[in-house]
Design a protein around this ligand. Sequence first.
Ligand code: ZN
Length: 417
Amino acid sequence: MATGLSEVDNMKTWPDLYLPTLDSNDFPTLKLKDSNSGDLKAIMGDSFKMYVCGITPYDATHLGHAATYLSFDLINRYKRLSGSKVSFVENITDIDDPLFERANRDKIDWQFLANAQIDLYKSDMTALRILPPTNFAKVTDSIDIIEKFIQKLSHNGQLYEISGDHYFSVEPFLEKLPLQVDAAISIFAERGGDPTRAGKKHPLDPVIWLANRNNEPGWQSNLGFGRPGWHVECTAIACEFLDDKNSDPIIDLQGGGSDLIFPHHFMSAQIVKAAYGRDFAKYFVHAAMIGLDGEKMSKSKGNLVFVSKLLEAKVDPMAIRWALLKGHYQEDRAWSNELLKTADLEINQIRRSLSQSEVSDSTELVSGLIFDISNNLDTPSALKRLLDWSRKSDNNGDVNQTGLVSRAIDSLLGLAL
Ligand code: ZN
């Protein structure tokens, strides 16, 4: 069923929301800009399988995360509203160097830290009205799945060992590299790769299984006692929940922040091809970065603004959602207090209209909002359209259609005003 409550595992994910239907409207085919081709692509299909890379739970949820998950939430909403059955999987990278480093620094148990941050993330997602994934998979709960996937790579002769660590040989797939090798090596090093390690067949080969180091958590596997590498965690989880064994590509869309395009999503695609002989995803879609004071918001810059802190300060979560929707999801943009203040004023303007018994004609507004979202999630146009309608309603409201507008902005934009 396209709308209503989806089948989610409520023990692991956050509470589902009712998605009001918009029965009477035509839904143009969703078009999204694909990061690999740079083209706007029609996202076809009555059954839609989406995998979005989740957080590493040492620090949840800054506004860059929120903007990313909000973008894929709009895709999920639009596909469901337009009649597709959506299967949406998101992982939690709860085995990762930054998590262990933070736990060591703060002298707390890494699982305690991860679980606390996962709980915080779920409450942030709930407050922001992000629809939950159908499967929300922790890596620590998925070791068997990952091991099974790694065995496929191993049987296909794609892995080699250096001192107990196992690497994937990416060289046969390098013609698909989206950038020059030198540039790729430099980004690979910045984002957790080890291009200079002695004994590697190619500097870009990613680690698939890491032998246990001192004091790190580990699991027993065919490749020894240790833990999986980052890229293979996502591919194994995605294929476990979304592969129907026939589709090629296996899933429709892989998504995440634009900092995942390389190496994470490139490596994911090559690893799946090597394991299954099929392509991983039909579309690769990425959300741009959120900046603060002229710089990208990131842990290394120490300039993170957390959703939970804003909520603690009694900021309206719908104002956060609105402020993020004011910019286009694929354009890097800045967060500021002014943006939040404007968002607050603007949602109050909309709330005023929605409390009037008579407003300006809303049928055209709703078709316009549907068109904007279908057009590569053009939320800046959608919010402008909504504000224009609201201001017009201030002067000459003559129809009783506030319910129609409330339902449309709730279902399409996730704004409960
Ligand atoms: Zn991932």
